[in-house]
Design a protein around this ligand. Structure first.
Ligand SMILES: [Zn+2]
Length: 215
């Protein structure tokens, strides 16, 4: 089972990917994580990526694709994988298609978690993180027992810069601009389905899993 998760940051891709991972016993591959790992392992592509990131530049497609190819060729990906955060562009999607073709494989399903900006703002601006232990809270959905204080360690809760309204809206815009072309690309494959990311997590995962079963 080879899957791609699409959706803006905050749509719940990580949460849903984890549920699918457990059901099918396949690894979740997040671009951010494997970039960091390649840099840590000092692989040739990792070193290349680091030079761009240190300069504050986006890592170019060919480097990202190279790192993804290295990762999906690992033995634990033999039974499949879930890609989260990749591909971002049609060029990346085409390159992925080509690499999989060389492995005599293909993407089986594309899960698109759809949410609007208003929903993301409500979900993300309420997020608080413990400065001390990193525990996450939500002022409405998962509040700490005492406002602004971590239940686990008593640390101070704060709002990350990433979770501020203008940052969220900017990220959403960047995502939406790139995503449209990607959706069109995968829609043509007949293996693409949109899910309502604003529905409760358990409900969304039931819908996704049944779509995967019926595929
Ligand atoms: Zn804490």
């Amino acid at each position: 089972m080879r899957l791609i998760m699409l959706g803006p940051p905050g749509a719940g891709k990580g949460t849903q990917a984890k549920i699918i991972t457990e059901r099918y016993g396949i690894p979740q591959i997040s671009t951010g994580d494997i970039l960091r790992q390649a840099i840590k392992d000092k692989t040739p592509l990792g070193e290349k990526a680091k030079r761009y990131m240190d300069a504050g530049d986006l890592v170019p497609d060919d480097v990202v694709i190279g790192i993804i190819n290295e990762r999906i060729s690992q033995p634990d990906c033999a039974g499949g994988f879930i890609l989260d955060g990749f591909p971002r562009t049609v060029a990346q999607a085409e390159a992925l298609c080509e690499s999989l073709g060389l492995m005599d494989a293909q993407i089986d399903f594309v899960v698109d978690l759809n949410v609007d900006a208003k929903f993301l703002l409500a979900r993300l601006t309420g997020r608080r993180v413990c400065r001390n232990c990193g525990q996450m809270y939500h002022v409405e959905m998962n509040p700490p027992r005492s406002s602004g204080v971590c239940d686990k360690c008593g640390g101070e809760l704060y709002q990350r810069d990433d979770d501020r309204e203008e940052t969220i809206l900017r990220r959403f815009d960047v995502y939406s601009q790139q995503a449209q072309a990607l959706k069109t690309f995968y829609e043509a494959s007949g293996r693409y389905k949109v899910f309502d990311g604003a529905a409760p997590i358990a409900e969304v995962s039931v819908q996704i899993l049944s779509a995967l079963e019926g595929r």
